[in-house]
Write a protein that binds this ligand. Sequence first.
Ligand code: GDP
Ligand code: MN
Length: 383
Amino acid sequence: MDLFEYQGKEYFARFGIPTSPGGIADTVAEAVAQADRAGYPVVVKAQVKVGGRGKAGGVRLANDAAEAARAAEAILGMDIKGHVVRRLWIEHASDIAREYYASFTLDRPAKLHLGMLSASGGVDIEEVAATNPEAIARLHVNPCDGLDHDTARRWVAEAGLDEPAREQAADLLVRLYRCFVEGDCDLAEINPLILTTDGVVRALDAKVTLDENAAFRHPEWAELAGSESEDPREQMAKARGLNYIGLDGTVGIIANGAGLAMSTLDVVNQVGGSAANFLDIGGGANAAVMSAALEVINADPNVRSILVNIFGGITRVDDVANGVIEALSRVEIRSPIVLRLDGTNAEAGRALLAPHLSEQVQAEPTMLAAARRAVALAEGAAR
Ligand code: GDP
Ligand code: MN
């Protein structure tokens, strides 16, 4: 789960990582109130879960209330790489002397944590990595050992951070590592990490990705998820415990297993259609799960046909067929359904379904034929 910058900064604050004082605003009036509170000059910042806000015009300085209002006006509703700005973060502006980069992430092949630190921050780190890789000081940290202050000090010197920033930066990095580990982050990134003209080091930006596998030990994360402006279809699916990702096509897809679901998207595309979603119902394709899946797909106004692609491995196709039949009696479906059921007990499953087939519920023996049929139905071209 990605956090907004303001949530990331709140998260940092728990671990004592210094940031600038500020607050959130959803309207121009709130923005001015927050700016008054933070003290001018302020920065008004778009809260979207995508980088490069500065370049896109989503970060503006304001010297007084009128400028803050104009900045908020300009940024609210702005589209940044497909993300519409609904919320602002306003903080007291910093006088920047230097911009650095710092992050912790997991180096999977090395089976270690990886810290990256650079004196050339504020810009795309991918660009630095490509054009000037030696400008990034990499530090592998063994999670069993952790990161101590001495190691952090050596690292800061190696990265070439300016002398007045080093002690504070080392302390901040130890805290950032604690945030990464104890806070169960997949990524904790600060770009830029700044040294101010009066010699203070702090995080000017925050990019935090939480490891959702650790959600069970973080009841406090629930409120973070609540403030996410998610796709309503995805919210609906999440509430039903489904593994769903919304897309913008017209063929609703239900498959068992992530691999099969992805292949189904590919085949729908291959025959000229477009998928409305990814949905993996996993192994237990029973009536409850199938009903939940159909409900979510049914609620998507773009869906014109539904392709159910089930391969019975451990799951038996006759059980799946019974689940489908029961689900169809529970949920009233707007769009025609094409079923492709194969695998263990496929014959028995198809026999069970046969009496239930109609214009609205069709069956095809193969994945390709089923995809063609579903795409044709979506285009209203079915015979
Ligand atoms: P991003 O573009 O989405 O990464 O947003 P950032 O929060 O990193 O801000 C982009 C840039 O805006 C920074 O690199 C700074 O150059 C500038 N910026 C942000 N906050 C301040 C501030 O308090 N003072 C000044 N002078 N510049 C700022
Ligand atoms: Mn940034």
